[in-house]
Design a protein around this ligand. Structure first.
Ligand code: HEC
Length: 172
């Protein structure tokens, strides 16, 4: 298990930072969302529909699977837009996706919510958790990708993105 423990300690944002040109094109296509006239109330609706299954804002209005988005209010809208359209570019520390091959033959995939010397807690989208004993794990591997889905542009128009960004900037 020594090697697996070392692998766990290596979880760090910098290791996972990746470049993806097709994503850059989509981000560029969504730049108008930074200047369109936007509406906070509509932005909240967009948030509820697309984001609240995984995110809370200051402890409210969603499931705390990914990081609380109350902390991003002071960031530049361009940078928030990049995070929404290219989740794999920079993965918040501790929120990368892991695959566990169990000695039983089962394969599990999720975030590592907590770890102790003898056990790990795996968290799935929606917030459910499973505790597994380290001795039951055959191998574990970071997939180097975010649990946040890529392709949110398919369900969010540019106007909706503009509304979402002002909502994220203004929530108190
Ligand atoms: C299936 C779950 C899921 C959904 C749906 C989802 N996210 Fe995420 N999101 C995550 C996870 C997990 C992370 C942390 C990993 C990462 O940084 O990519 C994250 C990270 C982020 C970050 C970066 C936060 C930081 O601290 O750096 C932002 C911003 C964000 N999400 C916004 C959104 C918005 C806005 C939506 C809706 C349009 C959304 N997410 C939908 C799971 C999700």
């Amino acid at each position: 298990m020594a090697r697996n423990n070392a692998a766990l300690k290596q979880r760090a944002r910098s290791l996972l930072t990746k470049k993806d040109d097709s994503r850059q094109d989509i981000i560029r296509a969504y730049e108008p969302a930074l200047t369109l006239t936007a509406n906070v109330g509509r932005g909240q609706t967009v948030f509820r529909k697309n984001c609240s299954t995984c995110h809370q804002v200051e402890g409210k209005s969603g499931i705390a699977y990914g990081p609380d988005l109350g902390t991003i209010r002071n960031r530049r809208p361009e940078s928030i837009l990049g995070d929404i359209l290219n989740p794999n570019f920079s993965i918040a520390d501790g929120y990368d996706l892991w695959t566990f091959e169990m000695k039983s033959g089962e394969t599990l995939q999720g975030l590592i919510a907590t770890e102790t010397p003898t056990a790990l807690t795996i968290r799935y989208p929606g917030g459910q958790e499973t505790v597994v004993a380290r001795q039951d794990i055959k191998s574990l591997k970071s997939l180097g990708m975010s649990v946040m889905p890529t392709g949110l542009e398919n369900t969010i128009s540019k106007q909706e993105m503009a509304d979402l960004l002002v909502f994220l900037k203004q929530v108190r």
